[in-house]
Design a binder for this molecule. Structure first.
Ligand code: ADP
Ligand code: ZN
Length: 286
């Protein structure tokens, strides 16, 4: 069975075809431009395959409320050409197969849950710390959602005593994303995050925020695995620092058997979202 997968990212699209076990057979990527031109490039790639379903993980915010008239549409994004674009409807009319849609971070979570670092866990969180911060949660194979998808990157945190930065989130300033995304780091120090490797304080502050975010999620959702990826986590020492801060914040309130096994890096390199898009389609098709 051939399954199509699309990771509709804010800066690039990744399209792939794979089998029902999440093995990718062919893959391509191209920059995200206007919806029409981007979807035309996708169509060109997919046209040489006979797929049975298409799974899509998209940037957000996106309307995933099945009772909504605009279900499957992109919502109020700064990418003006995509604002209120009816993505699911367009894909359904272009491809004569079932199309399943979720957010990019939720499909990434499905990917790690089924094929990666969360493979043997009953519940798994996936958080990306990149240009923004987003997280998805899968429990017993099901993506967690309320009326719409969660926006865990916008939770409010306590500011670090040595941090006077106002925050970079246009809506909330010093929310999680506004304090700890790659964009926040860059704005706080006036330099790209990868050029700050040698400054210990940068990563101490960063680990403090990431640990707070994870602690809040842990007490709400109790994930068995918390997989943290995204460009900022290329600073690999953050993993140990975040684990230490996390345990301090938790302060023995809940038992954690082995924090090294709880907070882990992804296993699927950059393929978790497309592999998860395959899983989304396979799981819904059954
Ligand atoms: P996106 O979130 O846009 O999908 P990424 O996950 O690659 O993309 O994250 C991009 C962010 O990661 C940028 O803010 C960038 O500064 C940051 N980043 C990239 N490489 C590193 C690095 N080696 N160390 C710290 N931050 C990095
Ligand atoms: Zn915010």
């Amino acid at each position: 069975m051939l399954i199509g997968a699309m990771e509709a990212g804010g800066t690039k699209f990744v399209c792939a075809v794979g089998d029902e076990n999440g093995n990718i057979l062919q893959k391509t990527s191209f920059p995200t431009v206007s919806p029409e031109d981007t979807l035309a490039s996708a169509k060109q790639f997919f046209s040489s395959f006979k797929m049975e379903a298409l799974g899509v993980g998209t940037f957000g915010p996106v309307d995933l409320n099945k009772n909504s008239k605009t279900y499957g549409s992109i919502l109020n994004t700064p990418k003006t050409k995509w604002r209120y674009y009816p993505l699911l409807e367009k894909l359904q009319s272009e491809y004569n197969i079932p199309v399943y849609l979720d957010t990019d971070v939720n499909t990434a979570c499905l990917g790690e849950y089924y094929y990666g670092a969360g493979k043997h866990a009953e519940s798994c969180l996936y958080m990306t710390v990149g240009t923004g911060i987003g997280a998805g949660f899968v429990g017993e194979g099901k993506v967690f959602q309320g009326k719409n998808h969660p926006e865990m990157g916008h939770m409010l945190l306590k500011q670090h005593l040595n941090d006077t930065f106002v925050g970079s989130c246009p809506s909330h300033r010093s929310c999680f994303e506004g304090l700890a995304s790659g964009t926040a780091i860059e704005k706080r120090y006036g330099r790209k995050a990868n050029l700050l490797t040698h400054l210990d304080e940068v990563w101490e502050i960063e680990a403090y925020y990431l640990a707070q975010g994870l602690m809040n999620i842990y007490v709400i959702l109790s994930p068995e695995k918390m997989v943290i990826g995204g460009g900022v986590m290329k600073q690999e020492r953050l993993y140990a620092m975040v684990r230490e801060q996390f345990m301090k914040l938790l302060n023995d309130y809940l038992e954690v058997n082995d924090v090294d096994e709880l907070i882990v890096p992804p296993k699927l390199d950059d393929e978790q979202a497309v592999k998860g898009a395959i899983a989304l389609a396979v799981k819904n098709k059954r």
